[in-house]
Design a protein around this ligand. Structure first.
Ligand SMILES: *Cc1c(COP(=O)(O)O)cnc(C)c1O
Length: 245
């Protein structure tokens, strides 16, 4: 018992420290890119992290959290401090699971098909709401990765603009793993270009409010390239420990 509780308090201290470091880094990158700290959303990717630890980060000032598995979100749902933070869905989502989270999240970041958008819209209407979504773009054009191909984005948006029940609020991307920072910046820059291109088209029900990109290893670069939402996991909570299968 001794060990377990000192383990937890150690963890909480680390999260507190990491939170401050990330806040500083985000502030610095925001200013460098001509913006203010409050122009950037810091969302914590909370997979594998226990609610106690997540809530501690919230008590430090964290305002956005994102889960990427439906089952895990449901199992932790009652314990999140949702009076003080906003819960979003950031992972790959199967259509048949939409109904389980539709009334629990404020934004689904990972919509990449008409089929999924239709199901989100259908479930949203059943709850008398409009769901905010981001479109996930497979910016590295990687096989077996979710997200719409960049060249198909515009066509997808033209279909989504007429679907009642969803509002497109921006774009999200998970670029390929890169050895060099300059490589990943190319992907970020390509995303920013798409984001700006679409903004200028002024489509109904589609606003480019959020450009969600950048994770623990590259959130500062992402901000410098135009991201206004970063999703940070391990830099805040430490290396993920997955339970045994
Ligand atoms: C886990 C995860 C992140 C954060 O990853 P880190 O490298 O730990 O910061 C960001 N986005 C999504 C969709 C994730 O699943």
């Amino acid at each position: 018992m001794e060990n377990l509780s000192s383990d937890l308090s150690e963890k909480l201290k680390n999260v507190e420290y990491n939170y401050k470091v990330i806040e500083n880094n985000i502030n610095e990158a925001a200013v460098k890119s001509g913006r203010k700290r409050e122009d950037i959303i810091f969302l914590a990717a909370t997979k594998t992290v226990e609610p106690k630890v997540i809530n501690h980060a919230v008590s430090c000032g964290l305002k956005y959290i994102g889960e990427n598995r439906v089952q895990e979100l449901l199992s932790k749902y009652e314990e999140y401090d949702l009076d003080n933070c906003d819960l979003q869905f950031i992972g790959h989502l199967q259509s048949n699971k939409v109904r389980q989270i539709i009334d629990k999240v404020s934004l689904i970041q990972s919509v990449d098909s008409v089929k999924l958008a239709n199901e989100v819209a259908r479930q949203a209407k059943l709850h008398d709401k409009i769901m905010n979504i981001l479109i996930e773009v497979n910016i590295g054009r990687e096989e077996n990765k979710s997200g719409v191909m960049p060249e198909q984005l515009e066509e997808l948006l033209y279909t989504l603009k007429d679907i009642e029940g969803v509002n497109v609020k921006g774009l999200m991307a998970i670029p390929p793993i890169c050895e060099e920072k300059s490589q990943i910046c190319k992907y970020f820059e390509n995303m920013y270009r798409l984001f700006i291109d679409i903004s200028t088209k002024k489509l109904d029900n589609i606003s480019m409010d959020y450009l969600s990109m950048g994770m623990s290893d590259d959130y500062q670069e992402a901000i410098l390239c135009g991201a206004n939402m970063v999703r940070v996991g391990s830099a805040l909570f430490g290396k993920r420990i997955y339970p045994n299968p």
